[in-house]
Write a protein that binds this ligand. Structure first.
Ligand SMILES: [Zn+2]
Length: 307
């Protein structure tokens, strides 16, 4: 099955190696080890020609580590180690290397593996910057397990904190030849997408799909089927994608949650029938929302709403 962008199938996370400090020390000084610099959630990109990820090595990386940035072990790609390095606040000489930018601006243009590494690095550094203090007792935390854990430094607390990913369901609701697309209040002008929302404690994914759809457009669904998922560390989610079958076409848009939503006939969504005045466009190509729509329209092979 086709993978969604930013998924990390090509990265061997080698999680057992996080446990062994000496092992990580060896990897840190290995000559081929690469570091993924992240500055305030932005990744370093070389935009000359086809955009590509810029990794740093050797002395430049060691200077940043000596300056107090903790390397986060991401894993191995073709046997070589990759670490994320938060360089926020460091005066890193990047002239001629590239520029720091939001991965979402170039993600679809990168090689899949590079996009995955950059997204992973961004997600990890984001989590570290926000968990410098213990949520239980308020004491400072320290980095452990090669960056995959933070531990409270208060001896009587010692709470462990783990990188956090917030699950969100995203679903294309359909009824016969119609599907429901809407506009969130903060969407770029003209963009229409699938419905989505965060999973709450005590819910299954299927429960969350049904609840969100009902909350947003007052539509009840009968069948909910899983399609695929996508890491979305912008800043800290994983999107779990579904197709859902509505029991009827009656609906009512919740104006608190959405700007607008309605049923679209599949013919309306054909490339040649889409308005060219900017009043309607689909979600970005690297998003699972786009893929759910394309899949339902039959523009790609693979499991669709009808199996
Ligand atoms: Zn604590």
């Amino acid at each position: 099955m086709r993978r969604n962008p930013y998924s990390s199938a090509e990265i061997d996370r080698a999680s057992h190696r996080r446990e062994v400090d000496d092992d990580i020390e060896d990897l840190l000084v290995a000559s081929k080890t690469r570091f993924v610099p992240v500055d305030s959630d932005r990744n370093l990109i070389d935009k000359r020609g086809k955009p590509s990820a810029v990794f740093i090595q050797g002395m430049m990386a060691r200077a940043i580590i000596r300056g107090g940035s903790h390397p986060i072990f991401l894993g191995l790609v073709e046997g070589e180690a990759y670490f994320a390095l938060d360089v926020t606040g460091f005066d890193m000489p990047i002239d001629g290397l590239g520029e720091f930018m939001d991965l979402r601006q170039v993600g679809p243009l990168l090689f899949a593996r590079e996009g995955s590494l950059l997204a992973y690095a961004r997600g990890m550094t984001y989590w570290h910057r926000r968990h410098k203090f213990c949520g239980v007792c308020g004491s400072p935390t320290r980095v452990a397990k090669a960056g995959h854990e933070r531990v409270c430094t208060n001896e009587s607390c010692k709470a462990q904190h783990f990188p956090r990913t917030d699950p969100a369901v995203i679903m294309l609701v359909h009824h016969g030849d119609h599907c429901m697309l809407g506009r969130g209040k903060h969407f770029p002008k003209g963009m229409h997408s699938t419905l989505a929302g965060f999973v709450e404690p005590g819910e299954s994914f299927e429960d969350a799909v049904a609840r969100e759809i009902y909350e947003e457009v007052k539509v009840k669904v009968s069948a909910v089927s899983y399609h695929s998922s996508q890491p979305w560390p912008f800043p800290a989610s994983v999107m779990i994608g579904f197709h859902a079958e509505a029991t009827s076409m009656d609906f009512e848009v919740n104006k608190e949650e959405l700007d607008t939503a309605r049923w679209f006939h599949r013919d309306e969504l054909r490339e040649e029938n889409l308005p060219k005045d900017g009043s309607f466009f689909m979600p970005r190509r690297d998003s699972i929302a786009r893929r759910l729509i394309e899949n339902w329209l039959g523009h790609e092979a693979g499991p669709g709403p009808n199996g």
